[in-house]
Design a protein around this ligand. Structure first.
Ligand SMILES: [Zn+2]
Length: 334
C-alpha cells in the first residue's frame, strides 16, 4: 500500500499498478489466513496472499481501521487466474513479518510466546507503522527473556521503539554481564539509536564498574555479621600448617587465599560489574583448592563461602540498583 494507505484493486495484470518486484504467481498463506470468509487480502512483498477479515485487522490496528473506512474507488476484479475477487493490499513487508503481525490479531494462530528475538525485531517496525500499540505492549515483556543473552540489542530496541523505562533499565543491567570492549559491529540495532543513547549506556557501565570495585576494597567486611567467625579470618597463621595472612586495604587481616579470591572478583568487576560473575563456580574453584591446603580452612572454606558469597551478591545488586541510568525518549524512527 502507498503512504496514504490506499487499497489497490486486485487487477494487477492490466493497470500497471502492481509492484514490479512482485512474483508472477502469488501463493496462498496457510490456515488461519486462507479463510473463505475473508473480505480482504494482504499481499506480502514476497507474494503471499493472506486472506483475512477487515474487522479483525481494524480491531488491532487504527491504521487499518482508518484505511478500511475509506472508499477504495476501484471496482473489485473478477480475474480468476491467481488473484481472488477481493481487494488486495500490497504490503512492503515480507511474509515473515506479516505472519507475525497477523498472529497477534488472530488468536487461532497466536504463537507469539515462541517468538525469537529476530522475530520481534522483524515485526516491531511494522507494528509501530500500523499503530498496533497493543501488539507493541504485548511483545515488550517478551523482550525481557533476551535481556541476559542479547542485552545491547534489547537496549537498542527499547530506545528505538520507546518500549519503556523498565525494559531499558533491565537491558542496561544485563549489559553489565558483558565487557564494553567487545566488538559490537555486528549489532545492526545500533544503527537506529543516537550516539547519546549509547554513550549513556557506556557511562552507566563505567559507573557501575567503579562502585562495585569499591565493594572489594573497603566495604565487604560490613556485610557479614559473622565475619569474625569465618575461617579466612580465624585461621591461626602462627601454625606452619595453616594459612599465611595478608592485610586488606581496610587493615582487616585475611588469609592469602581469600584475599586472592577478592582480588579476582574485583578484577572481574572492572569489565563485568555484575553479581552473576562472582557466584560462578569457576571464580571460587581456585580459592577452594588453595584453602584445601590448610587443615583449618580446608574443611570450612566451602561452607563459609556459601554463606558469604550470597551476602556479597546481594550487596553488589544493591549497589548497582543505586546507580542511575538516564532514559531519554528519542523520536520514533522507522
Ligand atoms: Zn587457613
Amino acid at each position: 500500500m502507498d503512504a496514504q494507505g490506499n487499497v489497490q484493486s486486485n487487477d494487477t495484470s492490466t493497470n500497471g499498478t502492481a509492484n514490479e518486484s512482485e512474483p508472477a504467481t502469488p501463493t496462498d498463506a496457510p490456515f488461519p489466513f486462507n479463510s473463505p470468509h475473508a473480505d480482504v487480502i494482504l499481499r506480502s512483498s514476497d507474494g503471499m496472499n493472506f486472506r483475512v477479515r477487515k474487522a479483525i485487522l481494524a480491531e488491532a490496528s487504527p491504521f487499518f481501521e482508518t484505511m478500511f473506512s475509506l472508499p477504495t474507488g476501484t471496482e473489485q476484479s473478477t480475474e480468476k487466474t491467481h488473484a481472488p475477487d477481493l481487494p488486495v493490499v500490497p504490503m512492503p513487508e515480507d511474509s515473515t513479518v506479516v505472519v507475525g503481525l497477523l498472529q497477534f490479531c488472530y488468536p487461532a494462530g497466536r504463537q507469539l510466546q515462541e517468538m525469537t528475538l529476530d522475530d520481534i525485531v522483524g515485526v516491531l517496525p511494522a507494528a509501530r507503522k500500523y499503530t498496533m500499540d497493543r501488539m507493541v505492549e504485548y511483545v515488550t515483556p517478551l523482550l525481557q527473556r533476551f535481556v541476559a543473552t542479547s542485552s545491547l540489542r534489547v537496549y537498542c530496541l527499547a530506545i528505538r521503539f520507546q518500549l519503556g523505562e523498565d525494559l531499558t533499565r533491565a537491558a542496561a543491567r544485563g549489559f553489565l554481564d558483558h565487557p564494553i570492549q567487545v566488538a559490537y559491529s555486528h549489532i545492526t540495532e545500533l544503527d537506529y539509536i543516537s550516539g547519546a543513547a549509547y554513550a549513556r549506556l557506556l557511562d552507566y557501565h563505567n559507573r557501575c564498574s567503579f562502585h562495585v570495585q569499591q565493594l572489594f576494597v573497603r566495604y565487604y567486611t560490613g556485610i557479614d555479621s559473622a565475619w569474625d567467625e569465618r575461617c579466612w579470618h580465624q585461621c591461626n597463621f602462627e601454625s606452619k600448617k595453616n594459612c599465611t595472612y595478608r592485610s586488606f586495604e581496610n587493615s582487616q587481616r585475611v588469609t592469602v587465599w581469600f584475599s586472592g579470591l577478592m582480588v579476582r572478583c574485583r578484577n572481574l568487576a572492572k569489565d563485568r560489574p555484575s553479581s552473576r560473575e562472582f557466584s560462578l563456580q569457576s571464580t571460587i574453584a581456585k580459592a577452594l583448592v588453595e584453602a584445601g591446603k590448610c587443615t583449618f580452612c580446608g574443611p570450612r572454606a566451602w561452607g563459609d563461602l556459601q554463606v558469604f558469597l550470597p551476602l556479597l551478591t546481594t550487596r553488589i545488586d544493591g549497589a548497582i540498583s543505586q546507580i542511575s541510568l538516564d532514559v531519554v525518549a528519542e523520536a520514533l524512527s522507522a
